[in-house]
Design a binder for this molecule. Structure first.
Ligand code: AVJ
Ligand code: FE
Length: 439
């Protein structure tokens, strides 16, 4: 972005707006009216709520604030304010119907293109490097991933399709030693990084081992088969209490049958693919598996050091593979495939130490609470991150197959409650070195 002229920036923003809207349209046009308005799970909004909420955020920030234009539909702001109504209560609201929602979001979008044609990118911090546009593109893409999770919860005939991911391969080693030391975490230079990723700051990390790939379905099945869900030893006190209360026995969407283990994926039922990263596990399940394996989850700093630090130069990279934006050879992002890729599928995405699939495939649970970095500044609004900081949320890193590349920076921080399983989340393990391993 930094090398672009104002015209170049306008073109880039327009492409990103168009790309995110094509995805939103695909996710909402692929189901019928009934599937758009109903609630597929109490954890999710009706799809038609996400759809109009995308338009409403775009109106608030780009039409009214950046553009200084008259409101399109001020009367609906309250309905689409995520803090006013819990997801479970949204179906009962007098929401815009599918046709009204479509008309509304396209009216907003027309005005946004007009604002984009006239905006000056200098002068106001909100539009430096087109930040407000970038924030709204990312907002839409994040809701698209949420809508994709709603699709996963939907029952019925399959409506989404995509080509299979590339094949996996066996890696030379299961884990690598990261020697630790000080590295620069977070960013002050990514123009579209959101407030919680900022600023870049030095962090000191002790030496640790980290797995070269995420934990697979096959790995996780060994834990299930070993009675891991019935053995309190592997679970934290909160984890065990939740496992009991929610009667957890396996990852969400897994089914055990006389013919073996199956899973449901976007309404397709298929044999459990053993070499794919496990997903739809909550933080507590990830924690229990790691304890059973004699390991632990990485901290957020350990995850980011593995993903970005280049030992040879001492420099923090943008991505595990270097500074280039993600391409299809690097990572499974952007709903290009409708599943995580088998482990080993992205050798070109390896970090300097040989850690793979850090970006894409599945969000990875870390052991860290969602807390602000030193000198954090809530910007441009408190409700993006500030109101969520604290011990209630765990950080997830790396992005999933359903995360768009415009979101999945290696500095991007996602967060959720430790009991949540509907997100496309898995994990990888880390461990402390034994003294003799440090030599
Ligand atoms: C960063 C994914 C946790 O979906 O709650 C969407 C993103 N914030 N609208 C969420 C977000 C406001 C957020 N997550
Ligand atoms: Fe939102």
């Amino acid at each position: 972005l930094s090398g672009l002229t104002a015209e170049g920036l306008r073109t880039f923003v327009a492409e990103q707006l168009t790309r995110s809207r094509a995805r939103t349209v695909q996710l909402t046009d692929s189901v019928d009216t009934d599937d758009l308005v109903r609630q597929h799970s109490r954890l999710m909004s009706p799809l038609v709520w996400d759809y109009a909420h995308i338009g409403n955020q775009e109106e608030l920030w780009l039409v009214r604030d950046v553009g200084g234009r008259e409101p399109v539909r001020q009367d609906i702001d309250e309905l689409y304010d995520a803090f006013k109504h819990a997801r479970a209560d949204r179906p009962a609201l007098p929401l815009l119907g599918p046709d009204e929602a479509r008309a509304y979001v396209s009216e907003v979008r027309d005005k946004v293109f007009d604002v984009l044609d006239h905006v000056r990118f200098d002068g106001r911090e909100l539009v430096d490097n087109a930040f407000a546009f970038g924030m709204i593109v990312q907002h839409e893409q994040q809701h698209d991933e949420t809508m994709l999770a709603t699709h996963q919860l939907r029952e019925g005939v399959p409506v989404l399709d995509a080509p299979p991911p590339p094949p996996g391969r066996r890696l030379p080693s299961a884990e690598v030693l990261v020697p630790g030391g000080e590295f620069l975490m977070g960013t002050s230079t990514e123009p579209w990084a959101l407030d919680n990723e900022r600023p870049a700051h030095p962090v000191r990390v002790a030496p640790y081992f980290i797995d070269t790939v995420p934990v697979t379905n096959g790995d996780y099945l060994a834990f299930v088969d070993a009675g891991g869900y019935d053995d309190e030893r592997w679970w934290s006190p909160n984890g065990w209490a939740h496992r009991q209360k929610a009667s957890l026995v396996a990852p969400r969407f897994w089914q055990q049958t006389p013919e073996g283990w199956f899973r449901t994926r976007f309404a397709h039922r298929e044999a459990l693919p053993l070499d794919e990263p496990v997903m739809h596990v909550c933080f507590y399940e990830a924690e229990a598996y790691a304890a059973w394996a004699g390991k632990r989850l990485p901290t957020e700093a350990e995850w980011e050091m593995a993903a970005r630090f280049d030992l040879a130069t001492g420099r923090t990279r943008r991505f595990p593979w270097g500074d280039e934006n993600p391409g299809p050879q690097h990572a499974n992002l952007g709903q290009r495939h409708l599943r995580p890729a088998p482990v080993g599928a992205y050798p070109a995405g390896a970090s300097p130490l040989g850690v793979e699939q850090l970006v894409g495939d599945v969000w990875e649970w870390t052991s860290s609470d969602f807390t602000p970095y030193p000198d954090f500044r809530a910007w441009p609004y408190d409700e993006y991150s500030l109101v969520f900081f604290g011990p209630d949320y765990k950080v997830l890193r790396g992005g999933s197959f359903g995360a768009d590349e415009i979101v999945a920076r290696s500095t991007f921080r996602n967060w959720d409650y430790p009991i949540r399983r509907q997100i496309f989340a898995g994990f990888r393990c880390a461990r402390d070195p034994r003294p003799e391993e440090l030599g």
